[in-house]
Design a binder for this molecule. Structure first.
Ligand SMILES: *Cc1c(COP(=O)(O)O)cnc(C)c1O
Length: 360
């Protein structure tokens, strides 16, 4: 059996220890005589799994008590519609910061429901930086401010949390959640699709301040209303039980690693090594402003795009897979989420150096 270093942007690697735990309890979870997939979501075994997962996430992220944690379906993309439906209240407009492909999708969906004020837009620079606080044109009468702290495709990450006064700040943290400590109290709502840094696809986590619940538009579908999930412990209907269980194993694993502080130290080191390898070469390049470079998604190009195929082939022979960049950006992209071991980044750096040398 060989586990490769998989640099996929998502679904992405899971910690090997987590998959092994799941394997061990696959046929018979803790003497219940069932796999977790076969359990009633309302039975006491599954309720204990679900409850522990939520508590571990609360511990790991230090989530204040006045926030609800919801385990929902439909991915992060479903929230693009749910957010305006739930949060506009009696307002008619919302502020959106446009820093890349995922912001654009959130904006396009929001336009179906409200007036969108673009508070900042970095498209002119080819989405290679985040706007500064001073550049944000915020409307004090907006229902909320939405942004994407880490743009998964462009590899652009905010190095600060926007200050929005009394207007709730909403963050699509799909590709950066759990990568380092974050002050949840600065946000009205945080959401993240699971398949990058949480667990298997099929689950989306919503962390929402309680005072934002209960003002969904009248036509909001029951299942898109956060209130529905908040008042039913995310069990109004059958939740994605297996993904929720696996996410719980990941949260417990993060605790064992020393929590988000430890994850942040490892992730900072991994990213620094990879960017240093890019910057110290005359062959690889990353276009993102240095202090806005993502810790999780590192796009880079080769000096000659005709060598891309040879690079990918050589990398995969070393067990380094899924490095092809997003079709909109080209080149390569290495996604190095929590589950990518530091040795994986070391192996990638070593391969990049030898590939460059072979071109000389
Ligand atoms: C992957 C991703 C999404 C989409 O997630 P789905 O779960 O596929 O809907 C949205 N936003 C960001 C920032 C992402 O990285």
């Amino acid at each position: 059996m060989t586990r490769l270093f998989n640099f996929s942007a998502g679904p992405a690697m899971l910690p090997a220890a987590v998959i092994e735990s799941a394997q061990q309890e696959m046929l018979d979870w803790h003497g219940s005589g069932m796999s977790t997939m076969e359990m009633s979501h309302r039975g006491k075994e599954y309720m204990s799994i679900a409850g522990k997962a939520e508590q571990d996430l609360r511990d790991v992220m230090d989530i204040p008590n006045n926030y609800k944690v919801l385990f929902v379906q439909g991915g992060a993309s479903m929230q693009f519609a749910a957010i305006p439906l739930n949060l506009l209240g009696d307002k008619t407009s919302a502020d959106y910061i446009n820093t890349g492909m995922w912001s654009k999708k959130a904006i396009a969906e929001a336009k179906r429901f409200c007036t969108v004020n673009i508070a900042a837009d970095t498209s002119e620079g080819g989405f290679t930086s985040a706007p500064s606080q001073g550049e944000l044109k915020l409307n004090p009468d907006a229902a909320f401010v939405h942004y994407t702290p880490n743009e998964t495709i462009g590899g652009v990450e905010f190095d600060y949390i926007p200050e929005t006064g009394d207007v709730p700040l909403i963050a699509d943290m799909s590709s950066t959640i759990l990568s380092r400590p974050v002050d949840v109290s600065k946000f009205g709502m945080i959401y993240a699709g699971a398949q990058k840094n949480i667990g298997p696809a099929g689950l989306c986590i919503v962390i929402i301040r309680e005072d934002l619940l209960g003002k969904a538009a009248a036509q909001t579908p029951t299942l898109l209303n956060y209130e529905t999930h908040a008042t039913n412990g995310s069990m109004y209907n059958t939740p994605p039980t297996y993904s929720w269980y696996m996410a719980g194993l990941v949260f417990a694993w993060i605790k064992e690693q020393g929590g988000l502080k430890a994850m942040g130290e490892i992730n900072g080191r991994k990213a620094a090594k990879l960017y240093a390898a890019i910057d110290n070469s005359g062959f690889y390049a990353n276009p993102v402003a240095k202090h806005h470079r993502s810790w999780m998604n590192v796009p880079f190009t080769l000096a000659d795009a005709d060598l891309d195929a040879a690079f990918l082939k050589g990398a995969s022979e070393q067990g380094l897979i899924t490095l092809k960049g997003h079709r909109s950006v080209g080149g390569m992209r290495a996604s190095i989420y929590n589950a990518m071991p530091e040795e994986g980044v070391d192996a990638l750096v070593a391969f990049m150096q030898s590939f460059e040398k072979n071109q000389a």
